[in-house]
Design a protein around this ligand. Sequence first.
Ligand SMILES: [Zn+2]
Length: 134
Amino acid sequence: MKSKNSLPESILVTSTLAQRIQGLRSLNNFTVLDLAKLTKIPIKQIEDIESGLDTWLSSVLRQKLANALKVEPNLLLEVEFKDYVDIKFVDYKICPNCKIDLQLKTYEGFDFNNDVVQLQKFYCSKCPYVITKD
Ligand SMILES: [Zn+2]
């Protein structure tokens, strides 16, 4: 398992989970399919993470990805949750880009203390716009 010190700067400077997963995946020369096979995580879910739709991981998912990517789980944890839009300041019903209604998806997951939490995510079906609300 690689420690933080042995990783390239290009990985360490990434600030989103999507960028970091993509960076680590290329570092290991894995395709999305390779990573899906290694972790037994559905390819669609990996695509959602890499496209920024999923901005946090359950502890099981984080562990699987960290193992496959040969890093410490904390390296993924530290970039989770970071790109949230503060929901108080946006009208989350309409996509500001496409002016269409956002779709709502409710997730159950685990927070940093492994307590079950419910997250609601509003996403646009036409562009990558997404808002997460907890
Ligand atoms: Zn949109």
